[in-house]
Write a protein of this length. Structure first.
Length: 302
């Protein structure tokens, strides 16, 4: 559906609008009680969320191509059905196909408490990936409000179990990478992707970023909190149905090679992702559903 048809079916005057960009992509733009948000139908990707009287919470790179079938750098890409390079097919696209597929908008709902929920879906018929033989149906609910709540449900309509990884790859806007510390991961084992995938243990209470950081923390089902001293705020990343957490910042050298990021942008972004990855991949029985959700909110600095 194009922007005009979407506006006719789902638009809410002054609250929800659909816009076609210069590259022919369609995005939903919402504004409600001082909160603003934005979501591209490609990838069902939330690219902006800003509660009233707050700075933007998500980082989205202005240098992104914002072009069809190109991954958007920032916001919350959906990683599915594999994380990183596919372990089975090295030529498959990094982080799966869900982030570059166009999702269907199935419904919009407002609630009395100043929030708006968009429900989107994607199934194997929309994707037809040569790298993924299985059937699936994914349903994604995005609630823009005082909290940004994201829930990804994956259903297995097949007669046999399926195996997948997933992640809500949230990019956060931060004052400066040197000013943040992440709590919630102490004692966890992580796969250090910046050091030949060695397994290490998080001994320090807080994760700080002082070099390229690319870690998959295993068996971490609790919330993470980003303490940002520069902006005197905490970003609380609550989650459910997720056993892995990823912390990623490319640092200067890698960032310089990423045309969609821009030279200095890496200092103002940090990814803390909610997922089920590697040892924590999901085995979903026939006819079953798996849900993973994250609730992102802002709290004052301690
Ligand atoms: C992170 C991965 O989740 O995403 C990193 O752990 C990767 O290894 C990063 O570099 C960005 O991936 P992409 O495909 O969006 O450039």
């Amino acid at each position: 559906m194009g922007a005009e048809e979407l506006t006719a079916e789902f638009g809410i005057a002054g609250i929800l609008d659909f816009i076609e960009t210069q590259h022919g992509m369609v995005k939903a733009v919402t504004s409600l009680d001082g909160m603003t948000g934005e979501l591209y139908l490609q990838g069902a990707q939330v690219t902006a969320w800003q509660p009233p009287d707050e700075r933007p919470v998500l980082f989205t790179s202005a240098n992104s191509a914002f072009a069809p079938e190109r991954a958007i750098r920032g916001g919350v890409p959906i990683v599915f059905p594999w994380f990183g390079a596919s372990r089975h097919t090295p030529t498959a696209p990094q982080h799966g196909f869900a982030r570059t597929a166009t999702w269907h908008l199935d419904g919009v709902e407002t609630t009395g408490s100043g929030s708006l929920t968009l429900t989107l879906s994607l199934d194997d018929g929309d994707v037809g990936s040569p790298f993924w033989p299985d059937r699936f149906r994914a349903i994604y609910s995005v609630t823009f409000g005082q909290t940004l709540s994201l829930r990804l449900a994956v259903q297995n309509p097949a007669m046999h179990s399926i195996l997948f990884e997933d992640a809500l790859h949230s990019y956060f806007a931060i004052s400066d990478v040197a000013e943040i510390a992440i709590s919630g991961l102490a004692g966890a084992t992580y796969i250090d992707k910046a050091d030949a995938a060695r397994r290490k243990v998080q001994t320090a209470n807080l994760v700080t970023i002082t070099a390229e950081t690319d870690r998959v923390y295993l068996d971490t089902s609790g919330q993470c909190v980003i303490e940002d001293r520069g902006w005197r705020r905490r970003i609380v990343v609550g989650k459910d149905g997720s056993a892995s957490s990823v912390v990623w910042n490319p640092w200067a050298e890698k960032a310089a090679a990423m045309v969609d990021l821009g030279e200095d942008a890496w200092r103002g972004m940090g990814c803390v992702e909610t997922g089920n990855i590697a040892d924590n991949e999901v085995r979903l029985a026939a006819d079953a559903e798996h849900q993973m959700s994250t609730a992102i909110s802002i709290a004052a600095a301690r």
